[in-house]
Design a protein around this ligand. Structure first.
Ligand SMILES: [Zn+2]
Length: 353
């Protein structure tokens, strides 16, 4: 099954922050949707974008993105769900040949990546990251070069988790492979220091790779697993969001540390501080230097008065750094605000030359 079991019906740029050459181009593709189900795919796409742009750190990085939607109609709905992994043994004739039960694990939902890459190269040649939404309510997804997600309850978090792998090189922070209490070969991490941003064998405050994010008051290691034959079940002893070295991660109970108790790469909570830092550093090159401020239309006299007061405060606070890039940007913003006092501005993604 594959490209003979469906057809591409259109590509739409749904978030447009400028030319593809300037932005991080994210493409969302449909899999396992019949022609008459594509409006559902469009609804899912909008849900995902709303979730993405309300999740830190993406809420601050909207302007880095262009987002495209590729509508692909398949002959049949859903994905293959083999009986070998406990599924019903159904097959579906779909364009990207999606299937659960990769490597014998039901939740590992994969597609034919080469088919997706060929389509992306022809429809959006400047693509950076792609996500395939599979029309199945069974829980599943996978990373790799192309992220894949089903539409099980809470699927938007799976999608961001898979983007964490595909677009930002983040590793899973959870401490199991098949499951806590199921695994028998996951007691102790056997390798050397992993070359990923969000897992480490080093719990030394002075040398750990995310040391700049660890407060002096945070104990190191922050947690230790008292029983390496199991996942650590202790509650978080630190305030939520604390960055440190928490034992257990990268599919192992012990001998490896994750940066935070919770993370999108672990238990599908907000991305931890280390993962946010990685995402930010990847996307910042796609942000223009300087943006128009966002404000509502106002009476021009009050607007200019407020702008002058604002300008005086900025100058007082920033005299020593008057000629830095960020201050020049504020000044450009003030000029833009004066010019547009009566009109207002509902879009922040306008570059100030
Ligand atoms: Zn993380």
């Amino acid at each position: 099954m594959g490209i003979n079991n469906g057809q591409v019906t259109g590509t739409t740029k749904i978030v447009d922050h400028g030319p593809a050459s300037d932005r991080f181009n994210f493409v969302i593709l449909a899999e396992g949707f019949r022609q008459d189900e594509l409006s559902l795919f469009e609804t899912y796409t909008n849900q995902l974008i709303n979730f993405l742009f309300s999740s830190p750190p993406f809420n601050d990085l909207k302007c880095a993105f262009n987002i495209y939607r590729i509508n692909v109609a398949s002959d049949e709905t859903g994905a293959d769900d083999p009986a070998a992994c406990g599924g019903p043994g159904t097959t579906a004739a779909t364009y990207f040949d999606a299937s659960f039960c990769n490597s014998g694990i039901r939740r590992l939902l994969v597609i034919n990546s080469q088919t997706a890459i060929n389509l992306l190269n022809s429809e959006v040649p400047e693509w950076h990251q792609a996500l395939v939404i599979v029309n199945s309510s069974e829980w599943g997804g996978s990373g790799g070069q192309i992220g894949v997600t089903s539409v099980a309850t809470g699927w938007e978090t799976i999608a961001l988790h898979e983007m964490g792998h595909s677009a930002f090189g983040l590793v899973d922070e959870y401490p199991y492979w098949s499951g806590c209490g199921i695994d028998t070969t996951r007691d102790m991490y056997p390798g050397t220091e992993p070359g990923v941003p969000n897992a480490t064998t080093d719990s030394n405050r002075d040398t750990i790779k995310w040391g700049d994010l660890i407060l002096a008051s945070t104990p190191m290691p922050t947690t230790s697993n008292p029983d390496c034959s199991q996942c650590d079940s202790q509650a978080n002893p630190q305030p939520p969001g604390t960055v440190g070295a928490f034992e257990g991660g990268c599919y192992y109970h012990c001998g490896i540390y994750r940066p935070a108790y919770s993370c999108m790469m672990n238990d599908l909570q907000d991305f931890c501080g280390v993962c946010q830092e990685r995402i930010r550093s990847t996307l910042v090159p796609y942000l223009e230097e300087c943006y128009a401020p966002q404000f509502k239309p106002q009476n021009w006299f009050i607007c200019i008065l407020l702008t002058i007061i604002f300008a005086i405060i900025i100058i007082i606070l920033t005299l020593p750094a008057l000629f830095s890039g960020s201050i020049r940007c504020y000044i450009k913003g003030l000029i833009f605000r004066i010019r547009n006092c009566c009109k207002g501005n509902t879009k922040r993604c306008i570059q100030l030359k």
